[in-house]
Write a protein that binds this ligand. Structure first.
Ligand code: ADP
Ligand code: MG
Length: 688
């Protein structure tokens, strides 16, 4: 039977329900998904060493004949140990594996086998420990070559995934190259099918580099086509101007319990001027955590409300939406503006519980002027009466695609709403301009005057006792603490395991008398809100959490941010965690715990102590983070590429250039239906 790209993975041999489920965790459901699941790195096991030349502590590949193989039980280590003896023309070598007793069934004396792994020194002689192995044949996939390494999930091994991808690649012939021929030839790109085959199983480093170059280009090219198409559409569209109501705006600013910073004033003024035009605003408001972006957005929403136009504020999580809602209701106390919160689990109107249907009606008939919610909001069956302004918080990437959606829901088919995106991830201006074209940008660099510098310390894991003692003291003084845990492995995507383990440890061993709560991705939204709400009113002393709290969450009484495994996070992300404390008059602290002894890690973390602000950190982060790291920028709303990195400036320029050229020639992509479908398929994906 012919294998089809759209076949489910279970069409492949050796994929039962359990494996299918694990693959699904990685986002792989079809043969095509498998093919497009790229390695995160490659081990170079292509050089074959001979036994006689081996040195301890090196990683090698050996081609040898198996002489003996046996299992024995180690009572001390409670493990099954498989021992083998192998030989090539130059000598004999011992090989051992732990807990893989089935090996004696797969490998028989006399077999010719490649072994790849680390050479260890054991009492008397050298040996290979837990090497990868593969019988010698024309084409190997696990050894004796550049070997692909994939990001995995619990219960799925590299070997298994490699095997499945290899099997799936039979269908690679059906891959159509959507890249216009002239772009391919001018840039000497390899064809898509070849790039895919080589990225998984490269013949050599140069061929791999070519494949990577092609796939990176595709990332950028498609991204830019999407951005540019949306931009073209925008340039041809009109927006309803929103008048500046000077008196009421002044009344609002005077009603604030603080004075706006200069940067806030300037940004607000820019936005107000944008809104007054009949062209849709497309502005990005960047500002460090705590720089006060919400107030600026509120000024815009208030002006929309004064002209009876609706605004929507969308946050990436329910917690954030909830907090925004509370802030806004509080800010607009003295103004009569109907404001609602609508998320999967919440329906609030003017501070009171309401029903979803009541709120949806209110939005449709225009009585509700400000709508706060999550992105799921725009996927549900909401129609606005007259949407004038959309504000998107902390999720830059949904700016472009979602605007198309919003247009259809705005209640006014002739115009598109103004758009303001806000982010605390400091995208360097030059990069943002390169990626997004002529997007308007306002930056709030200046923090409010009353902010104290947060004391930041790097702590080696052995010294955590001191931090615990410190936390105890702070809590005795009435303060609260965040403990952030990194994900232990990718399969723990929701952080259930890492948070639960940390929580148990703190409750049972470290702080048995304190009140501790936990937050992770598996909790239902309503449970999360409850945990957060309880923490913010002081019902618990310590909140153990995943990176869920990364953006926005506001608990002024919290003064300690303890980050476990700090080296596993990006600098920009750590900076955001740190921004959760120091939100009131109390001196606050950030402890970065790390087990790493590497100087590079230390110096990277040290920049959190020395850098002036998030913008500097973002630049550093971009420079220092390599491919294949588990926690990239993706989580903080940077564009998501499968292969390209934000540091690939040359490719970014190239991709942009060709996207522009193509759209100039064929704005609707009529001659490139394959490309057209691809772009709109990804729009659909983003909306899911
Ligand atoms: P972010 O930019 O991280 O979204 P917020 O808008 O949540 O920041 O503001 C953080 C806190 O600072 C809020 O409690 C807000 O009321 C307060 N704030 C905003 N602007 C000022 C200011 N100019 N002076 C003092 N406090 C301010
Ligand atoms: Mg915010």
């Amino acid at each position: 039977m012919k294998l089809d790209l759209d076949n489910s993975v279970s069409a492949l041999g050796r994929v039962g329900q359990a494996t299918a489920k694990r693959l699904k965790k990685l986002g792989i459901e079809t043969v095509k998904d498998l093919i497009f699941y790229y390695p995160v790195r490659w081990e170079d096991w292509s050089q074959i060493s001979v036994i006689n030349d081996l040195k301890p502590d090196t990683t090698v590949t050996i081609k040898a004949k198996l002489q003996l193989i046996n299992n024995r039980r180690s009572f001390k280590a409670r493990k099954i140990i498989t021992e083998g003896l192998i030989a090539d023309e130059t000598g004999l070598l011992k090989v051992i594996w732990f807990n893989q007793p089935f090996l004696t069934k797969n490998l028989k004396p006399g077999d010719e086998i490649y072994f790849s792994g680390k050479v260890d020194f054991d009492k008397y002689s050298l040996q290979l420990v837990n090497p990868a192995y593969e019988k010698v044949r024309a084409e190997t996939i696990h050894t004796a070559r550049l070997v692909p390494m994939y990001s995995l999930t619990d219960g799925l091994s590299q070997k298994q995934l490699r095997f499945l991808i290899k099997a799936a690649l039979v269908a690679a012939d059906q891959i159509k190259d959507y890249l216009p021929a002239d772009i391919r030839s001018t840039n000497k790109f390899v064809g898509l099918k070849d790039a895919i085959l080589s990225v998984h199983f490269p013949q050599n480093q140069q061929i791999l580099n070519e494949a990577i170059r092609r796939l990176k280009f595709d990332d950028i090219f498609l991204f830019e086509l999407k951005i540019l198409k949306a931009k073209n559409e925008l340039e041809q569209s009109l927006a309803e101007p929103i008048k500046f109501n000077e008196n009421e705006t002044k009344r609002f600013v005077d009603s604030l319990p603080f004075e706006l910073t200069n940067d806030q004033r300037q940004s607000a003024w820019k936005i107000i001027s944008d809104l007054a035009k009949d062209r849709p605003m497309n502005r990005l408001l960047e500002g460090d955590v705590g720089s006060g972006k919400t107030v600026v957005a509120s000024i815009a929403m208030l002006n929309a409300a004064f002209s009876q136009k609706q605004s929507v504020l969308m946050a990436p999580t329910e917690i954030l939406a909830y907090q925004h809602y509370e802030t806004i209701v509080n800010l607009f106390k003295k103004f009569d503006v109907k404001t609602c919160l609508l998320t999967k689990s919440w329906a609030l109107l003017d501070g009171l519980r309401s029903t979803k249907s009541q709120i949806i009606d209110g939005i449709r008939n225009g009585k509700i002027l400000i709508v706060v919610g999550t992105q799921s909001l725009i996927q549900e069956s909401i129609l606005f009466h007259d949407l004038g302004l959309a504000v998107i918080d902390e999720q830059h990437r949904f700016g472009v695609n979602q605007r198309l959606e919003l247009k259809n829901k705005s209640g006014n088919k002739q115009t598109v709403p103004h758009l303001l995106t806000m982010t605390a991830t400091p995208i360097p201006r030059s990069l943002a301009l390169t990626l997004y074209g002529d997007l308007d940008i306002s930056i709030i660099r200046q923090l409010p005057k009353n902010r104290k510098k947060i004391e930041t310390k790097i702590v080696e894991s052995e010294k955590r006792e001191e931090v615990y003692q410190f936390i105890k003291n702070q809590i005795q003084n009435g303060r609260q603490t965040f403990v952030v845990c990194p994900l232990i492995d990718p399969s723990d995507k929701l952080g259930v395991r890492s948070v639960t383990e940390e929580y148990d440890k703190l409750v049972k061993k470290i702080f048995p008398t304190l009140k501790i709560s936990m937050l992770h991705g598996k909790l239902k939204s309503s449970e999360k809100e409850k945990v957060m709400a309880d923490f913010s009113i002081g019902k618990s002393d310590i909140l153990v959490t995943t990176s869920v709290i990364e953006v926005g969450v506001d608990v002024p009484n919290a003064t300690v941010m303890m980050i476990e495994g700090a080296d596993r996070f990006g600098l920009a992300q750590l900076h955001q965690f740190r921004g959760r404390v120091g939100r009131a008059e109390h001196q606050s602290y950030c402890f970065l715990l790390t087990e790493s002894r590497s100087e590079k890690t230390k110096s990277r973390l040290t920049s959190l102590v020395t850098a002036a602000d998030g913008f500097e950190l973002a630049e550093l982060d971009l420079q220092s983070r390599g491919p294949g790291e588990i926690y990239g920028f993706e989580q903080s709303g940077w564009p998501e590429f499968k292969m390209a990195k934000l540091t690939d400036l040359e490719i970014i320029e190239l991709g942009k250039y060709w996207a522009e050229a193509l759209l100039k020639k064929d704005p609707e992509l009529v001659n490139y239906p394959g490309l057209f479908d691809l772009i709109f398929e990804s729009v659909k994906l983003h909306l899911e």
